[in-house]
Design a protein. Structure first.
Lengths: 111, 116
């Protein structure tokens, strides 16, 4: 079982603030990392798939970076909006396709 | 709707009863996953299938839990002799395959189980 840690556990920011969270995972046997967004009363939705050390992905105001050598990924949100309020989950994958999820960072953006 | 569907959305049962949940994945997806999620935690892996073959079952899963995917399409998760500790959200997800972008998982809305 992989030990996946996400920090902080929760975050409250004002609309317009930029924010970032961390996902830490064992660097040995790394294969891929997925980020998901989970809004209340909805299903988790995939944001990014990252595989290479130094990878950077961007989707609108959300971006992510990956460091496989030290075993971490950062998710950044620029100019947070209330609709960004959600739990953000990271999930390292084995090469067999099995995902281990962190407990998530719950972001609340206040108008 | 061509997404992952789960039925029922909510289930309330008495301790000791058996319950069964159903998941219908996206039709062309080979992989199907079951997770359990409790408040404040991320989805916890239970089991997964490649077509009809169950590839792995979590060691944390007791013998009261069983899952099937008989024709490689829909799947069922059964919990026998439910206990209060089984109360959780049960999530199903499906993906095209095992590797990289094909393993992006598409989740259903979940079945919330309450054991009284």
């Amino acid at each position: 079982i992989l030990n996946v840690e996400q920090s902080p556990q929760s975050l409250h920011v004002q609309e317009g603030d930029s924010t970032n969270f961390t996902c830490s995972f064992p660097s040995s046997n790394f294969y891929a990392l997925h980020w998901y967004r989970w809004e209340t009363a909805k299903s988790p939705e995939a944001l990014f798939v990252m595989t290479l050390n130094g990878d950077e992905k961007k989707k609108g105001r959300i971006s992510a970076t990956l460091n496989t050598k030290e075993g971490y990924s950062y998710l950044y949100i620029k100019g947070s909006q209330p609709e960004d309020s959600a739990t953000y989950l990271c999930a390292p994958n084995t090469n067999a396709g099995k995902s281990t999820f962190g407990d998530g960072t719950t972001l609340t953006v206040k108008p | 709707d061509t997404g992952v569907s789960q039925d029922p959305r909510h289930k309330i049962t008495k301790r000791g009863q058996n319950v069964t949940f159903r998941c219908d994945p996206i039709s062309e997806h080979n992989r199907l996953y079951w997770y359990r999620q409790t408040l404040g935690q991320g989805p916890e892996f239970l089991t997964y299938f490649q077509n009809e073959a169950q590839l792995e079952k979590s060691r944390l899963l007791s013998d009261r839990f069983s899952a099937e995917r008989p024709k490689g399409s829909f799947s069922t998760l059964e919990i026998q002799r439910t206990e209060q500790g089984d109360s959780a959200m049960y999530l199903c997800a499906s993906s095209l395959g095992a590797h990289l972008a094909k393993n992006i998982q598409y989740f259903g809305a979940g079945t919330r189980l309450s054991v009284l």
